[in-house]
Design a protein around this ligand. Sequence first.
Ligand SMILES: [Zn+2]
Length: 564
Amino acid sequence: MNQIIDQTYRVAIYLRLSKDDGDFSLSGGGKTESNSIHNQRELLMNYLAGHPEMALVGEYKDDGYTGTNFDRPDFQRMMMDIRKGLINCVIVKDLSRFGRDYIDCGKYIEKLFPKLRVRFIAVNDHYDTANQGHADSLLVPFKNLINDSYSRDISIKVRSNLAVKRQQGECISNFAVYGYRKDPENKNRLLIDNYAASIVRDIFRWKIDGYSPNAIAERLNLAGVLSPMEYKQSQGISFETSFKKSSVAEWSHVAVRRILKNEIYTGVMVQGKRTTPNYKTKTQILKDESEWVRIAGTHEAIITRTDFELVQRLMQEDTRACSTDTAVHPLSGRLFCADCGAPLVRKTVSSRGKKYIYYICGSYKNDSSSCTQHRIKEELLHSTVLVAIQQQVALLLDMEQALKKVKSSTWEEAELRKINQSIEIQEQIVERNNSLRMGVYEDLQAGILSKEEYASLKEDFSARIAAARQAIGQLQSRRSAIQDGLGEQKNWLEQFRQFAEVKELSRKLVVSMIDRVSISNRNEIAVEFCHKDQFQCILEFLEEQKTAAKRKENLTLLPRLEAV
Ligand SMILES: [Zn+2]
């Protein structure tokens, strides 16, 4: 008796269709046909026809539900029937019909189903939990699925980028900023001016190498590079500016600093910096930076975002400590005595024709009774710091990989999806209460409701509408906050790829990675890295993901095991 039951599979077929998953393509090609409910059903029925040991018990179908979560009515109904013991085999066309979240899918397919003795088959992925050796292979079909959704994300991004380009971000000022020129075909567009752009790149590189804006200006003047103003005149463009001070317009630290601070070089158009307080006055005031309109991708970048941000950070440091007029050594300004906190001082000694470079505590150098020597060779310092940086970079790149794996789509996108769903629900509440409110008016007219009843009901519905509208407003502002930050978190870790193979300690590497290096009197070297907050934030997020996955698992497993 038992044997017969064991050999007969009581089958549920599960069908799902969703716009979110790109099942309906706008162009009308491909997926629309292959994924329709009708086609899914036909494929599964064909499969069943070839398996006499399987008996169809029920069809479960979620039409219009996303695969990124399992809050789907028929999916939940199917799970109930599984727990009642009505079903011991679930068949889907492919994994993406079951779900698109790798962790959640794994929870059902690899953990819950085996416990409930449910066989799971994804026909087109050739995945079947009854086949030995398939237990660990869930990742393979999933990889395709992730790639699939990834490529779709990209195309959506490209499309929306193009839309932005068309609609906005036109250069509306009269002159192109130094480094760019106006497109002769379209004066609202910026093209790169190769010569000036190469000067802009030099200016940023020298700043990263440790030169002060003053020193950079001097260097440019010595090399006979025309200042932005003279350069414009030499190009036959009449140009005047209130910054013009002397008849010979040379490079000044002001001009250099203005270039170093201009976000336009990263390919971002910044507009709407100023505003007039009201229509009566023509005085313009500078708006808060958070209100500026930034439009990315309007023109080609001359400087990478990473280098630009690095320079902004270095300029802020300049206001605390004075920057030098010459190039600096990789670690200068970042080496400190661990005991007294004084900066270390670099010294060179020649002995028998050989040069030795080492550092000692600055306060010891001035007064040998105030601290101990803390003497350390530059070579040792460089090689140790390099190893520390290499390890840190490896860790950051591991985190980048982990962040990619945790979610098939990025967490911001998952968050946006949730918000959009909530907005939809609130909009339905508004609509429903609106029609209810209309209804009571008709009831009043028909004499079903008294005036008092009508007034109190109307007030009730209006209050609900107002509450829902308020919720929509909050959700919308949260949505735009996330959209503004979208990509920043993602890209942040990517910047460290440039250091993946680094073999030498350069100034750029040090200022990008390190805040402070302190040396103890026993020559212990402690390295403090920059970006501690962001690092911590991502680490905590990854940790949260892990515990959330575990917690969810425990919550859903317990009651179900009781029911079995
Ligand atoms: Zn000291």
